[in-house]
Design a protein around this ligand. Structure first.
Ligand code: ADE
Length: 226
């Protein structure tokens, strides 16, 4: 898979994409990241990427020309995603769907957003990572990349199966424990040390259901509506 990112801060991605699972997936040849600096697609002395909005109001809007040129230079940008608080919420299902693409291109806006003509011409979907406003799309793009890349076959090691993650089966994950069995007066549920795999699985299902009921009843309501 290839992931292109259009941003005015390509350096923002250096460490996060070289470390941990996103970094290992790149080393293993499962994914290629291509960072495109939008300022390389400006043609004025100040390398301007934003301007005041038509119609007034405070804030700046990202100009269309650098996006259009950068997207044309990519030749085929694949599935184009714009990160914006106006987008549809990022969910596990979004990550699963995007992980099936050969090539995706992420557009990172800043300020008051990207000129709407970029979205009309190029964008397949707008995605938000939550109901809050970030200073730019860059952290949201990193979140999306991490969620997608860990789903690529071979990205996770033997001990990191995605099937025990939260949301994998529409529920939150159960709590997890590791050694020591006793830590500062707190133990580990006996069943987890019993060796009874059926009982352990029942305990995990129950704790996953309890957590989902308590914290994310909306996940269960969605199931009921299916
Ligand atoms: N850009 C600014 N805020 C954002 C958000 N919540 N999600 C995605 N992109 C954003």
């Amino acid at each position: 898979m290839r992931i292109n990112v259009l941003t005015i801060f390509p350096g923002y991605f250096d460490d996060p994409l070289s470390l941990s699972i996103p970094g290992r997936a790149r080393e293993a040849g499962l994914v290629e990241y291509r960072l495109v600096d939008l300022r390389d697609h400006t043609h004025d002395r100040h390398r301007t990427t934003d301007d005041g909005p038509f119609g007034g109001k405070a804030g700046m809007v990202m100009k269309p020309e650098p996006f259009f040129e950068a997207l044309r230079v990519l030749s085929d940008p694949g599935h184009v995603v714009s990160l914006t608080p106006r987008g549809r919420p990022l969910e596990h299902a979004t990550a699963v769907r995007l992980a099936l693409e050969d090539e995706i291109t992420l557009l990172c806006g800043r300020y008051k957003g990207i000129d709407e003509r970029v979205t009309e011409e190029w964008v397949d979907e707008e995605v938000s990572i939550g109901d809050y406003v970030l200073s730019g799309g860059e952290p949201a793009a990193l979140v999306l990349i991490d969620a997608v890349v860990r789903l690529l076959p071979g990205a996770l090691g033997d001990h990191e199966s995605a099937s025990s993650d939260s949301f994998y089966d529409g529920r939150l994950a159960p709590p997890a424990y590791t050694r020591p069995a006793e830590h500062e007066g707190r133990g580990v549920p006996d069943v987890l040390r019993s060796g009874d795999h059926a009982a352990i699985e029942r305990w995990r299902q129950r704790r996953a259901d309890e957590a989902t009921h308590a914290r994310r009843p909306d996940l269960l309501d969605l199931d009921a509506a299916d």
